[in-house]
Design a protein around this ligand. Structure first.
Ligand code: 5RP
Length: 227
């Protein structure tokens, strides 16, 4: 079985009838959504509703008959399930290379439990092995890219194959930032990014995950947040 599907299958074991869920975005979460849809259709699970974190997730979940809701109606989610681009040993994450980081963060802070599903390739000793995505408003985008580069990274506006900027579900742009030595102080960087006008949100998801389900070739492993 595909490792992503293996992780998603394990996450599904945490779902009970009657729960309100947050549904993430990306290939691993797609497996989770498909498996959830199948369990609802078979009648094994019932009375589930979910807040989607992207248009793509809303579309996929809706097509499978998963009842969709919003945070105004359900401000407390029992469980949110999502993938990640990087996971460090403290369960801090980089997310957003699936282009949905803003809605993911908006939804996932409402979850009593936030469970991450990854394959082992996502485990890193220090965050910042790959790109950190940052969502910015389109106004004066090049000035934001220059400011991001001044933080000590290589920053590039994320472009589609045709050269046009990637546009998020929220009609914003994304910048990808590469830090040569990784991000040894993610909380400090998160604070700097949060204070910058024009930066809407960033892909550092710190102190948020309750559990990380890691699918490896030798089986599924669980990393839990220390209490
Ligand atoms: C979307 C995300 C994804 O969860 C992340 O990119 C991982 O995706 P995948 O499961 O496809 O590897 O953060 O914005």
């Amino acid at each position: 079985m595909d490792l992503r599907e293996q992780a998603a299958r394990r996450a599904l074991e945490e779902v009970r009838s009657g729960m309100t869920l947050g549904l993430g975005t990306g290939r691993t979460t797609q497996h989770f959504i498909d498996l959830l849809g199948a369990r609802l259709q078979s009648g094994d699970l019932h009375d589930i509703c979910a807040v989607p974190t992207s248009e793509a997730t809303a579309h996929r979940a809706g097509a499978l008959g998963i009842a969709l809701t919003d945070l105004a109606t359900h401000p407390q989610l029992d469980l949110a399930v999502d993938g990640a681009d990087e996971v460090d040993p403290q369960l801090n994450l980089i997310k957003g290379l699936g282009r949905a980081l803003l809605r993911e963060k908006i939804v996932e802070i409402h979850a009593r439990r936030f469970v991450i599903v990854v394959d082992e390739s996502k485990l890193v000793p220090v965050l910042g092995q790959g790109a950190l995505p940052v969502e910015i408003v389109p106004f004066e985008a090049r000035a934001q890219v220059r400011w991001l580069a001044s933080l000590g990274c290589r920053a590039e506006l994320w472009l589609e194959a045709d050269g046009s900027p990637v546009v998020t579900d929220n009609h914003n742009y994304l910048v990808r930032c590469w830090f040569e030595a990784g991000i040894p102080q993610p909380h400090l960087l998160a604070e700097q990014l949060s204070k910058r006008p024009g930066v809407v949100e960033h892909g550092l998801f710190l102190d948020m995950a309750s559990r990380v389900i890691v699918a490896k070739a030798d089986g599924t492993h669980i990393m839990d947040k220390e209490r």
